[in-house]
Structures are given as C-alpha cells and as structure tokens.
Design a protein around this ligand. Structure first.
Ligand code: CAA
Length: 286
C-alpha cells in the first residue's frame, strides 16, 4: 500500500470532518478519529457529497476526488495517531474533554509529531498540561466551512517551539490554506476577535428595534461586501457556538463588549441553534 504523509484528525464534527478531507485532497493519508460512528459516517457523507459536487461542476477531476476519498480512513481507536506527523484535535470546545483526548493521543503519538488544537476559544497554554510535549503543541485554527475558507490561524503558546510553528505554517500551506502566524495568544485570535464584536453590534441593532434581521444582513452584505450577513453567518456557525464564544470572551477578557444579547440567549434557550437545527435567526427557504 502507498505510504503518503500521514495526519490524524481527532473529532469528526463539521470542522474536523472537513479538515480531514481538505488534507486528503492535498495528498495526505488521513486518519479521522471519533468515538461516534454516526459522526464519522455523517462527516464522510457530507464531505464526499461536497467533493463530488465539485466533480459535477467541473472544478475537481473525478479520479482526484475518488483518490482523496479513499485516503481518509475512519475509526475510533487512538492508536491510529501512531505514524501521523501532524495531529489536529477538533473535539468539543470543552477543556476537560480536550484534555482527556490529549492524554489518549499522547499514549500513541510519535515523538516527532506536532499536535494542533482547532480550538477558537481555548489557547494552547490552558490545555498544554495534558500533553507530554508542550513544545510540539499549538493552536491551528480553521474557519467554517473548512473545505472552503482559506485562512488558518497559527497561534503559539509560551512553550511552543519555533520549529513547531514553522511546521504548522508549512502544513497549512501544504493543504492549500493561507496561514497567518500570531506573535502571541489573544482571545479570539484575529478573525473571530473582529467578527464576533461586529456580530454583537448587529444583534444590538436588531434588539434595539433599529432594523430587522433580514435588512441588517442585506445592509452588511451590500455595504461591507461580506458573503453572508452577520445573522446568516451566525446560523452557519451555530448559535450555541456563538453564545459560547461570547461567554468565554467575557470570561477571559472581562470586556463587556462580549456580553451576549438577550436575543441570542433566547434563541439558544429555545433550541433554535441555526442551520443544524433547521432555523436560527434566519429560516432557510424550503
Ligand atoms: N460546507 C462546505 N462547503 C460549503 C458549505 C458548507 N456548509 N456551503 C457552501 N460550501 C461551498 C460550496 O460547496 C461551494 O464549493 P465549491 O466552489 O468547491 O463547489 C462554495 O462553498 C460556494 O458555495 P455556493 O456557491 O453554494 O455559495 P456561496 O458562494 O454563497 O458561498 C460560502 C458559500 C463559502 C459559505 C460563503 O457564503 C462564505 O464565505 N460565507 C462566510 C463564511 C465565513 O465567514 N466563515 C467564517 C465563520 S467564523 C469561524 O468559522 C470561526 C470560528 O471559530 C467559529
């Protein structure tokens, strides 16, 4: 069997699944690991459908598509991280869950591998006590949808080695992404720091009765050139995720600009979490 460069992605949610297939498209053998068979199946089906749609649109060669799909192996065992040069952790945004996952990764990981967390809210410095080699650990942050969005933020902690940062930047480029390197940790990194404060402003305007959700999205798309308005985008990201990012921002910075508005809290409490539950601020037309 052909042995290409190998990576492992742990966590098969919307982000982990698409990161795995993005790497496979660029020639990596990928081990996608999740304890949930349903998630693995859903991730595989969703990304396969997106890639096959590219073939139909003529933007991806059929052989390249099938080769990429075949490069991803699905499983639940952490022993599959052995032999991977890069490991991306993309499990739930919960410190305990992540730390438990690192302990299991570190039982099998190669002693030259780097581990990147896709966390958007937890800097590697608050997670590193769970890894055996903090010098080979950092944040490698992708954007949703990861098969599409070019940016990857590479964020070292105080104990990350320079060589690890360079490898993470090279890896992001090798899978077709545009990496930016932050000099040091800061809540929200760069893009989310700007994005979520802007989303908060939009929510305040709607909550204050100045404009409707639809017109605010229309205004932002047409004035600022965003591909999606702030409410459509929040629905894509997931309103529970938006709320968690804001809560953690308030907690980590103490800055009241991160205080989630009632409008958002109310939707989350009612289980309207955005696209994944069929509706959020917006209701996609049937
Ligand atoms: N998953 C994967 N791919 C998707 C997708 C999804 N949910 N939705 C659309 N796409 C893909 C399509 O398959 C299509 O791909 P190909 O060109 O390869 O065929 C491409 O995106 C364009 O799709 P469409 O023509 O249907 O739609 P569009 O032109 O409106 O683009 C979009 C869709 C790329 C999502 C675009 O609207 C966009 O860029 N939106 C903004 C997304 C954004 O800002 N993301 C950042 C969120 S914040 C975050 O992720 C950080 C965090 O930590 C929470």
């Amino acid at each position: 069997m052909r042995a290409g460069p190998t990576i492992a992605v742990v966590g098969a949610g919307a982000m982990g699944g698409q990161i795995a297939y993005q790497a496979a498209l660029h020639g990596y053998d990928v081990r996608l690991i999740s304890r949930s068979e349903d998630r693995l199946r859903d991730a595989s089906m969703a990304s396969s459908a997106l890639l096959r749609r590219r073939v139909e649109k003529g933007t991806l060669n059929s052989d390249a598509c099938e080769a990429a799909l075949a490069r991803v192996s699905l499983g639940s065992g952490f022993e599959a991280v052995a032999g991977a040069e890069t490991i991306i952790e993309s499990v739930a945004e919960d410190r305990d869950i992540k730390c438990d996952v690192y302990a299991r990764i570190c039982e099998h990981v190669d002693d030259t591998a780097i581990i990147g967390t896709n966390s958007s809210t937890l800097p590697c410095s608050v997670l590193e006590m769970a890894v055996t080699h903090p010098e080979r650990f950092l944040n490698i942050h992708f954007f949703n949808p990861a098969l599409r969005m070019a940016l990857v933020e590479v964020v070292p902690g105080p104990n990350t080695a320079e060589a690890t940062i360079v490898r993470a930047m090279d890896f992001a480029r090798a899978i077709g992404k545009t990496p930016v390197r932050l000099a040091r940790q800061e809540y929200g990194f760069i893009a989310n720091r700007i994005l979520f404060i802007a989303i908060q402003e939009a929510m305040h305007l709607v909550q204050g009765g100045y404009i409707s959700v639809e017109d605010c999205d229309l205004a932002v798309r047409n004035a600022l050139g965003w591909p999606m308005g702030p409410f459509q985008l929040s629905d894509l990201v997931g309103l529970d995720v938006v709320e968690a990012i804001l809560d953690e921002g308030l907690h980590q910075t103490g800055d009241q600009r991160w205080e989630a508005v009632e409008l958002l809290r109310d939707l989350v409490a009612r289980g309207r979490l955005g696209n994944k539950t069929g509706a959020g601020f917006t209701t996609p037309s049937a």
